[in-house]
Every structure is written in C-alpha cells, then in structure tokens.
Write a protein that binds this ligand. Structure first.
Ligand SMILES: *[C@@H]1O[C@H](CO)[C@@H](O)[C@H](O)[C@H]1NC(C)=O
Ligand SMILES: *[C@@H]1O[C@H](CO)[C@@H](O)[C@H](O)[C@H]1NC(C)=O
Ligand SMILES: *[C@@H]1O[C@H](CO)[C@@H](O)[C@H](O)[C@H]1NC(C)=O
Ligand SMILES: *[C@@H]1O[C@H](CO)[C@@H](O)[C@H](O)[C@H]1NC(C)=O
Ligand SMILES: *[C@@H]1O[C@H](CO)[C@@H](O)[C@H](O)[C@H]1NC(C)=O
Length: 559
C-alpha cells in the first residue's frame, strides 16, 4: 500500500498535458513506512542521474540474441565495454542538446560514464525544480535512513524530451527489503535439517572436488539497502560450515561504501552462500553504490556497470519492486542496461521475490496478481525457491510457497520461453487461476530455482537458523553457474553469459524438476490465497527446477 500525501493527479489530465513528462506512469506516492520530514532547502545539493537516449538498441538486442543462443555462430562472442560503448553511445546531437540544456541552467558539475549514456549532475534543489518542471523535493525518513524525493511528477523541456529516457533521483524509493525472513516452523520432535553448505552440496551433487580453480573467474553479490556484511561473520561461517570442501573465507573486493553498522541478514546470507556453492571462486560485493540522499542505489549500480570494464561474470541480486509502481520508460531503459551486460558475457541473476504470485487490489473485491521487476525482465535469469519434501532428510524438493512467479504485464514473452510456457498453460488449464489475475502474453518467471527455506546464516557473529527467502536460492544458483563458468574457462570456452536462451533449450535436462506445491497469492474468495502450482517441466513457480551439478556441467560444457 502506498499513501498519497501531498499531491493527487486529477483524472482530468489528458494525455496531451503529459507531453513533457518522461515518466507519466511512474508512481509518485509515498510508500508506507516513510515519513515526510520537510521541504528540501532551496540551496541543498542534489545529485540527479540523466539517462540519455541511446543508439542502436535494436542492434544491441539482436546481438544479445546471437551471443546467447548456443545454435548461433556468434555464440559466446562477447563484446568489450568499449565495443558496447561504440554501439549504444548517444548521438552527438543528443549529447549536445542535453549538455546545452543543463548548461543553460548553470549546471556544469556532471560526471559521465564510459558508454556516455548516463550523466550524473550535482545542482541545488532550486535549480533542479526549475530544470524539471513540476518537481518538488522533500525529505523523507525511514528507520534512520534519509532520502530526498519529489512529491510530484516532473516534465522536461520539449526540446530535450526526445533525447532522454528518464531522470533518476526523483521518485523511486528503495523498495521494501525482500529480506530473508526468519520463518520458524513447528517440526515434530527430532532433528530437522537446517540448510547448510554441506546439505546444499549434497543435494546438488557437488563433491569436494567441485570447487573453482580457473584463474580468471569471479562472481559477485550486489545489495542496495543499508546492509553490510562483516568479514568476521564470513570467516566464522566458513569455520563452522565449510569443513568439508575447499573454499575462500574472504571477499576479494568490496565496491561501494560499507557502513560500520550491524551486519544485515541479507548481506551475510548472500556472501556466505555464493561462496559455498561457488567455492574457491573470487567473490566481490557491490554495496550501496549510491550514498547521496537523492540517488537510487539500484540505478547507481547499473550506472557503475557501464563504467567498469572488468567485472565478475556472475552477479546475484535480491532486489525487486512492484512492476506496476515503476514507469515503463524506466523499466525499458533498465532492460537495455541488462542487455548491455548480457552482450559482455555477464550473467545477472535476480531473486523471484517472496510473495508468490503477489496481489494487487484493483477495487472492491477485484484483485490481480502482482509481478515484480526486475524478476519479470526478459533479459535476466530469475531464481525461485523450494523446500525439502521431508525436512528431516535430503529428499526431493517441492515448491516453497513464498516463491515469486508469474507473468509480466509490461514485457512480452520472449521467444526463448514460448514453447515451455505454452506447454505449461496447456497442461494445467483446468487448475489455472482465473485469467483476470494474470497476463499470459507476458514474460513468465522464474527460470530456475533452488532451496530457499530454513538456512543457517552467521550474522553479527551469531549462527542464526530458519532464514528463508529467494534471496537464499539466488546466490546458491549463482555459485553453481560460476563453477560451470570456471570449467568452461579452463577448456578455453567463453563464459555462459545470459543463460536463458540456452537454459530453455535444455528443456529441463540436468535439472531436478519440481512438480509439487503451489505458491501464495491474493487472499480473496476467488483464488483463496493460491497462485500457480508446480507441474512437470517448466512452471511459473520454480521454473525448470533446481540444479543437478554434474549433469548441468556436462550439458553446458559442450560448446
Ligand atoms: C566513470 O569512471 C571515470 C574514470 O574511469 C570517472 O572519471 C567518472 O567520474 C566515472 N563516472 C561516474 C558516474 O562515476
Ligand atoms: C545426483 O543426486 C541425485 C539425487 O540426490 C541422485 O539420484 C543422482 O544419482 C546423483 N548423481 C548424478 C550424477 O546425477
Ligand atoms: C583454488 O583456486 C585457485 C585459483 O584461484 C587454484 O590455484 C587452486 O588450485 C584452487 N584450489 C583447489 C583446491 O582447487
Ligand atoms: C580476465 O578477464 C578480463 C575480462 O574479460 C580480461 O580483461 C582480463 O584480461 C582477463 N585476465 C586474464 C589474466 O586472463
Ligand atoms: C498484458 O501484457 C502485454 C505485454 O505482454 C501488455 O501489452 C498488456 O497491456 C498487458 N495487459 C494488461 C491487462 O496488463
């Protein structure tokens, strides 16, 4: 639920009036939990991000298709950042028009990136409100975190409108954390299994010899909430749980600002588990790249990727927001940024979310499911969650009822998944939720899954049981892909890059199919809390299933 505080958009506004608005469909409501803390002083400095219109986006998309399709002659022929830059760099005209516009407002303090498609400029609030007509900046606070955001939509001058995708730093609040939750369950007396590295490695068939050994391999976790991992927690975790396999106990690089506060469960979990499946692989942590109050940390991370030529091959990210709260212009541009990473051979893995199919209240007794972005992006690999059928044993896996999944309402179904998704829809017709709840023409997710329930995590020096969420399954899958990348590098093969086109061609081969259980959704009369259900082959709850490492390695080591 978002609450409307300062501004309401009269329904009378016709689409004509919106002509200067880049993000007319962006939610400007203040999310629950944030409190207003006054108008921003006119002299206060803000840092805003301008997303300049790129060139050759269709060519970029076609290139991504070719380099990610194992049946294409261009498979694995990735581009360098330099090559991406020459492809998408904004035209001279675009660059000139935007610069002139900024300069005409006295804005000259700007940074750019290697691809020149983002500019980040510092200006006072007074100048920002003149530049971006309609904007009104306020302070907001939540749990000690302070932000500046605009309570009203912004428009830009008609001359610059065609040259910009959007301006970052005005609207989007950091979404509520998909923080792994403590989900305590009431098991019968006896020793249930908590998930530890040894349990994961047993379930996914990783032997002690299945660790990284390639020189130039690396993996990363990224987090954008005010969350820190403590190196001492990782060391303690590996000391407790890493006895049975060779591993690293230190992160090689931290990019961004690590605060000094308490460790976050999420941050601890991500690092501890990517380094348990992706054992002995150099690991980076991207943390809070945006430190200025007007920045959007997720966007800052995307900007950073366009400015670093040497990046880890696999990134796992537990971050998502309601698709319906974000402007199409913003999501479309973020998708282009995902493509830019994909053509470089970078694999981006997003958690599918912890609210099942989600629920959006559309009116009195009228609901629909609620997809989450970037999980719903066609250009990333989205990871859902499972639990053990028998919590006392390493048995087969069933749906974890929180596992996020469903269909995008914005992005159409990509070709690589059409057969799989239509197969699912056909085979379960009789038991599908009502059609009014979801959109069968959209990108369907997740693509894969892993255990997401009942993990042990060391945080602030203390081992904590019962930690659950798709933010656990995502780094687990990330580590497995990194191991495979390592084996490919040793054979002189290119890394996996954007996995989906190849993953869907496997048709579930080398994965443990999850066929039992349903995830949650709207608590209303019609669906009664039930979303989609797992089924043989692909499904919108657990994707194709969970990794069987030796078989997956064999299947992905062929070309
Ligand atoms: C991108 O990197 C260059 C140097 O490599 C730096 O000068 C520039 O400020 C960076 N851009 C941003 C937005 O941080
Ligand atoms: C992997 O694990 C499954 C179930 O745990 C087992 O049945 C299978 O034999 C194992 N080995 C391979 C190579 O798949
Ligand atoms: C760990 O990785 C390094 C390369 O980063 C390699 O030299 C070493 O042999 C690996 N250890 C094991 C046990 O495979
Ligand atoms: C490691 O990979 C990066 C990124 O492709 C490349 O620039 C670098 O030269 C590689 N280093 C080695 C030692 O192969
Ligand atoms: C369904 O998804 C398509 C994109 O695949 C979109 O164009 C359409 O507007 C969506 N319908 C609804 C009701 O959201």
């Amino acid at each position: 639920m978002k609450t409307l505080l300062f501004f309401s958009i009269p329904f009378l506004f016709s689409s004509l009036v919106w002509s200067g608005y880049l993000e007319y469909d962006q939610d400007v409501l203040i999310p629950e939990g944030w409190t207003h803390a006054g108008r921003v002083d006119p002299s206060e400095e803000l840092e805003l991000t301008f997303a300049l219109k790129q060139q050759n986006v269709h060519l970029l998309e076609e290139t991504l298709r070719l380099v990610s399709d194992p049946d294409s002659a261009q498979y694995g022929k990735y581009l360098s950042l330099e090559e991406v830059a020459s492809l998408v760099r904004p035209s001279e005209v675009t660059q000139k028009v935007v610069r002139r516009w900024l300069q005409s407002h006295g804005i000259s303090n700007c940074l750019t990136v290697h691809t020149q498609d983002f500019m980040q400029c510092t200006m006072t609030a007074e100048v920002a409100e003149k530049l971006l007509q309609g904007s009104r900046f306020h302070h907001y606070i939540r749990d000690g975190q302070s932000l500046t955001r605009s309570s009203a939509p912004y428009s830009v001058h008609d001359d610059v409108h065609p040259h910009l995708d959007f301006v970052g730093g005005l609207h989007r609040f950091p979404p509520k954390s998909q923080e792994p939750r403590e989900r305590r369950q009431h098991f019968k007396a006896g020793l249930h299994l908590g998930v530890t590295p040894a349990i994961l490695r047993a379930r996914y068939n990783l032997t002690a010899a299945d660790v990284g050994s390639a020189q130039n391999n690396s993996q990363a976790v990224a987090q954008f909430l005010e969350q820190y991992f403590h190196p001492a927690d990782l060391a303690e975790f590996m000391n407790l749980f890493g006895r049975t396999f060779p591993h690293m106990s230190q992160v090689d690089r931290v990019v961004g600002t690590q605060g000094g506060g308490k460790a976050g469960l999420e941050a601890s979990l991500d690092v501890e588990y990517i380094m348990s499946t992706g054992a002995n692989i150099s690991t980076w942590v991207f943390t809070n790249p945006g430190r200025h109050e007007s920045q959007e940390p997720f966007l800052q991370w995307m900007v950073l990727l366009s400015n670093m030529s040497d990046l880890p091959w696999v990134h796992t990210i537990s971050y998502g927001d309601d698709e319906d709260s974000l402007s199409t212009a913003y999501m479309t541009r973020i998708n282009t940024e995902f493509m830019k990473a994909g053509v470089r051979g970078i694999s981006l893995l997003f958690a599918s979310g912890d609210s099942g199919a989600g629920c959006r209240h559309l009116g009195k007794e009228k609901n629909s499911f609620r997809p989450s972005f970037p999980a719903s992006s066609p250009y990333v690999t989205t990871v859902g969650g499972t639990s053990f059928k028998n919590p006392y044993k390493v048995t087969y896996e069933v749906t974890d009822y929180i596992s996020g999944g469903g269909f995008s309402n914005v992005f159409k179904m990509p070709d690589y998944q059409v057969t799989a998704v239509q197969g699912y829809l056909k085979s379960v017709t009789a038991t599908l939720p009502p059609q009014s709840y979801f959109n069968t023409s959209g990108r369907a997710y997740p693509d894969m899954a892993a255990l997401s329930d009942n993990y042990w995590v060391v945080s602030n020096r203390v081992p904590i049981p019962w930690v659950s969420g798709t933010s656990a399954s995502t780094p687990v899958v990330g580590g497995v892909l990194s191991l495979i990348n390592g084996q490919r590098l040793l054979k002189g093969l290119p890394v996996l890059g954007f996995l989906n086109p190849r993953l869907y061609k496997l048709k579930g081969q080398a994965l443990f199919d999850v066929t039992e259980g349903c995830h949650l959704s709207c608590l209303d009369e019609q669906v009664q809390g039930k979303g989609f259900c797992a089924a043989p082959s692909w499904d919108p709850v657990t994707g194709w299933g969970t990794p069987n490492y030796p078989e997956l390695l064999a299947a992905l080591l062929t070309k």
